[in-house]
Design a protein around this ligand. Sequence first.
Ligand code: G6P
Length: 472
Amino acid sequence: MCKTIIISNRLPIKITEEDGNLILKDSEGGLATGLGSIYKQNKNIWIGWPGLDIKTEEEKAKITSKLKDENLFPVFLDEDEIQNYYEGFSNEVLWPIFHYMSTYAQFEQKYWDYYKAVNEKFRDAILANIQPGDTVWIQDYQLLLLPKLIRDSIQDVSIGFFQHIPFPSFEIFRLIPWREEILKGMLGADLLGFHTYDDVRHFLSSCTRLLQVQGVANKLIKKGREIMVDAFPMGIDAGKYKTLTKCPGVEEIYQEYLKTFNGLKVILSIDRLDYSKGIIQRIEALEMILDRHPEYINKITLYMIVVPSRDSIPQYKELRDEIDKLVGNINARFRTTSWHPIQYFYRSFPIEYLSAIYSRADICLVTPMRDGMNLVSKEYVASRRRSSGVLILSEMAGASKELAEAIIINPNNIGEIYRAILQALEMPEEEQRQRMTALTNTVEKFDIYHWVKIFMDQLDKIKLTQKQNETR
Ligand code: G6P
């Protein structure tokens, strides 16, 4: 029986150790939830890095056997690989370039060498598990070379690839010294998916300009082989977020928030620590409001959650310091004995708390400078108890293409964010209801299960056509 192999840099779990025992917890991320319906079934598996630097063979064996029960297969990375493949090439070359922050990119040969070697390591993990007829679905920018590495090693497998971050315009992509190898790596796939049509367009344009490939609509033809490229905007598990709002545990936290923020308008912001998220810009917009509209002092609060991420990379450390400084200044300038303009948390929150604060927040402020999709905007919509609340959303997030009833802003224009917050603070209930109802319909209809289905159906279709062509 043929199986599906999912492969991503990180496995969809969190591993902790308590009293010498390994504890596995499913990750709450959207991808893990959506693909759970696939990898937990039949002989399907998920291959990836368990996210820890594990040194001894004994520990590796222990983790491997524990993961196997969950259909998960680990690829262990050592310290050098973490430093050069993960932090280096993935997050100091591809991440800044693909998010249009080219001056942050560090084009180190060593990073590229490790990136190639670790992609080969992932290939070997697949080859140890794959059979002809299987389907492989590769996730994201850490594994761009993998489609070709698999195609060159085994015949008769279908290869899908989905990129969760933006694909930049050709003028940015061309800066990468190893640009042709990267595209050739990706073109090993039968189907390549991106969140938006703009990403698709940029990818096709880079391929036709840099490689000997022909582009016809959203197909590329490479040495007679057809490669489909299409947009598949990713959704969330909207049902799960809706159900959470009815959970007694969440209700208790929600009631607490109601008491704590009695009489205040709560503006919510939730992100991983990242320079692509526009965190500084939204704090500056809040400062502008407090400066120009003192009537809002004691009336609004920015509830800002920043989830620690990649903090061994210099730009992330610098960003954290900058946020600390800015929040400190604003709180010191405007606070009263009983009120802070910004409630800032540098840690992750359990999903029950997120659900409660999503429900309580009057406004959700999502202002990335660039974002493949942005799922926070969708989680806010799915967590509203009544059809009210206002979403302010950056036009640079993939989600803005679907969530048109949000207040859409250009995150580089602090004045525009400032005006959007004022508009949201004063928006009549009826207008909030109209906008939120339309947003909810979109988020519920195009959820994560829909996303998985349309991608897999498309890949199956391609597989079938290939089989028919072979028998002709
Ligand atoms: C983005 C990427 C994912 C990545 C996640 C967390 O959403 O698209 O591939 O897993 O960030 O980043 P991390 O570096 O902690 O895996």
